[in-house]
Structure formats: C-alpha cells, structure tokens
Design a protein around this ligand. Structure first.
Ligand SMILES: *Cc1c(COP(=O)(O)O)cnc(C)c1O
Length: 414
C-alpha cells in the first residue's frame, strides 16, 4: 500500500494536541487529575448535561450506566443486534441477559416496534445506539415502551444511549438536544476512529446526580476519593472502599488531548458533513437506478457522520462463495449478496481504497449463537449487513479522495 492508499480512517491530530499532551508531561501529574476535571466540565457544558464522568472507554461508560441503573442477574436489557460488541457485552458483565432485537431498515437504528414487542416486566433498561451518528427516534421508542405490555405498576425502564457514534448529533425533533443526553445516561467514545479521540477514552453523560456519583466511585475501585484528592498538596491519604469497583478512570494525558479535540469538534464535524454531502451527490444516480441504498441524511445538523454506510441492493442472486468473509454465517438467500459485497471490498482495496463493514449483527456471532440465536432471527439487520460497505470518512480527506473512492466503488459494482 503506497502513499496513494486512502485508509478507512485517519485521526486528525495537530500541533495543539501535541502541545497539550506535552504540557501534561511537563506538569508531571499523568493520571486522572485537573485536566480530566477540565475535560468533564467542558464536555458537560458542550452537550448540555449536569454531569459528565470521564472514563477510559465508552464500554466502561456503558457498563457503569448498567451497573448504576440496577441491571442485575435475572433482568433483561433490550439491545439492537446491529451494533458493536460493547453494546451488549456490558449487559453480560452484570449477569443480565441482552435481548437482541431488529432494526429499522432505513436508519439501521433500533426498531420501535421491536422494542414494543420485546419489553416485559423483566426489562431493566432499553439501550439505543445512534448508528453512524444518525439519531434513533427516541420519542417513538418511548411511546413504544409505554405501549409494551406488562409494566403496570413498575413504570418504564431507563433508556441508555450508546452515543459512541453520535458526537455531535443534534436531534431536531427534540429542539436540537444532543444525542446521548436524552435518556437516563449516554455513553460517548473517544476511540481512535471516533469523531473526536483521546486514543482510548469515553464519557458518561447524565442529569442524574446519584448515577454520576456512583459512576465516579465505581470508575476507580469503588473507593471514596480519587488519587488527585489523595496525593495533591491539599489532599489526604485516607480513603475507604465502598464497593468492588472497576479500573475505568481516564488519564490526564488523554483528557488533555480530549480538551483540544472537543474545542475542534464543530470544525471536524463540518468537514465530515461536507464529505458526506459530496458522497451523497456523487452516488445519487446509483441510488436512483436501484444499485445502492444511501444513508439517511437527517435534517440540519442532525447527523454526526461518524460512518458513511452504503448498501448493495438486496436483490443480488447468483454465485455464492462461502469462503469469503461474512458469507457463511448468513441465511442462504443472503449469501450471493454477501459474496458480491466481499468482492467489492477486495476490488476497492486493490484500487487503493480502504473500506470496512459495520456491523456484523451480534446474534450471528458464536457467543450469541451459543445463547440460542440463529441466522434468520433478525432479518432486517441481516439483510443490511450482507450488503453493507462503509466508505472512508475523515477530516482531511480531499475532494480528490472522494472521487477516487466513488470511482473505485462504481468499478467494484460494475
Ligand atoms: C466504538 C463503539 C463502542 C465502544 O467504544 P470504546 O470507547 O471503544 O469502548 C460502543 N458502541 C459502539 C456502537 C461503537 O461503535
């Protein structure tokens, strides 16, 4: 892969990020401390929540939310199948059962009618993932939860937002509120490929003071005070262990990086939104003539554009090659489509374009197969997955890059 290779993702790191990390190194307090506190305050202010708790991944934020919201053995959490591993494994960490449900064909977000069917007295939480940065329909999901059966007298379970893709996603139907701030808790990711990055990192956002306090304690061993309040000049050595907590705290090195990235979040978003518009424009004819399904646009500033997922039309018939990645686990009817998709990605790669696939539905993975799920169970997600290709989308890509990606895609579909 030469200089000409267009990678699937490249983080946008500049001199300000380097200077910020350098100043933490020079200051000498490397783990959770003043930079983390500044990052939390800035983040809470930006998205508009009372409490932001910095952690070392979105997975940790989701786990702390499940832990703090009372998800336990014997309870269930409704999770869309079309998502990353983290969304459901945090439910298993708590000894609870993820109930995997299907998604909406247009947005690939959790289906409100599937939530209505799956909700029961055992439901301890409903998790919503804003796929690619396009907001899930939270008002429709809340309404579906109320219509769902068997909750008389127990009230509705909390909504946990997996907002790993959704910074900054502003929900038009909710007066521009940020995705991740509407449910009881929201989890943001600063993993290397996400819309802002700290290398690894995450944030729990909530307006629930007791959930935030719980998360602050549990992110650092369940002890009563963090290292900064013990080792700083004004601190005291004493602490008490209140619970068996976790090691989920964010370092100041990462937080310093995060502060600079957060200050650039709107610019980074604008750049991704511009690239997405170029893709939509250049690929419009393929959608019109039925070759490709393009992602939903959202209105105004509604889409964070973390991912740009196109889908080959599902009517593909013909040859199946079960040795290609992602083919064998699908129902036979989808295997020709998945074969075509795998070949398209190989062709694009040979043309110097790094494409990827989001997501392999959770219920097709061995872990969830062993728990009883089967190919064919959640057909919308399966069909979407079989034809899905994620195109490169990162700030710093040029119009020429976009042209090369769309040319490579056209040739791969020919
Ligand atoms: C990336 C991602 C996560 C996990 O984020 P980490 O910060 O890597 O833990 C969770 N959910 C979704 C949908 C993701 O894409």
């Amino acid at each position: 892969m030469g200089d000409d290779y267009i990678p699937f993702h490249r983080p946008s790191i500049g001199p300000e990020e380097r200077a910020a990390v350098d100043s933490v190194l020079a200051h000498g307090w490397l783990t959770t401390g003043p930079a983390t506190q500044d990052f939390e305050r800035a983040f809470a202010g930006y998205v508009g929540v009372e409490h932001a708790v910095a952690v070392n991944s979105a997975t940790a934020a989701l786990h702390l939310a499940m832990n703090g919201l009372g998800v336990r053995g014997g309870s269930e959490v409704i999770v869309p199948t079309f998502t990353f591993a983290a969304s459901a494994e945090v439910v298993l960490y708590q000894g609870a059962r993820p109930v995997l449900v299907d998604v909406d064909d247009r947005t690939l977000n959790i289906s409100a009618s599937a939530v209505e069917e799956a909700i029961s007295p055992a439901t301890a939480a409903v998790e919503v993932v804003h796929i690619a940065g396009h907001p899930a329909d939270l008002p429709a999901i809340s309404a579906a939860m109320s219509r769902g059966s068997g909750r008389e007298g127990v009230g509705l379970p909390p909504i946990v937002e997996d907002a790993a893709h959704a910074l900054p996603t502003r929900i038009s139907a909710l007066d521009g509120r940020f995705a991740g701030t509407v449910g009881s808790a929201g989890a943001y990711s600063f993993y290397a490929t996400k819309t802002i990055t700290t290398g690894e990192g995450g944030m729990l956002a909530t307006n629930d003071a007791s959930l935030a306090d719980h998360a602050r304690q549990m992110r650092l061993h369940g002890i009563s005070r963090d290292g900064w309040s013990r080792y700083a000049e004004s601190g005291s050595w004493f602490y008490e262990i209140e619970a068996a907590g976790f090691k989920y705290n964010l370092t100041d090195l990462a937080a310093a990086l995060g502060l600079v990235q957060l200050a650039r979040v709107e610019l980074l978003w604008q750049s991704r939104a511009d690239l997405a518009s170029m893709y939509l424009e250049r690929l419009r004819d393929l959608a019109t003539n039925g070759r490709l399904t393009l992602p939903p646009q959202g209105t105004g500033r509604e889409h964070a554009w973390h991912l740009f997922i196109v889908r080959l039309q599902p009517e593909v018939t013909g040859e199946t090659d079960a040795s290609l990645p992602g083919v064998a686990a699908l129902p036979a009817a989808l295997q020709p489509l998945a074969t075509r998709r795998a070949r398209a990605i190989t062709t694009m790669k040979a043309a110097g374009v790094g494409a990827s696939v989001h997501f392999i539905p959770l219920h097709l993975h061995p872990l969830y197969r062993r728990m009883g799920s089967r190919p064919g169970d959640l057909p919308v997600a399966e069909r979407a997955y079989a034809g899905a290709i994620s195109l490169p989308l990162w700030p710093g890509m040029t119009e020429r890059h976009v042209d090369r990606v769309t040319d490579a895609l056209r040739r791969a579909l020919a």
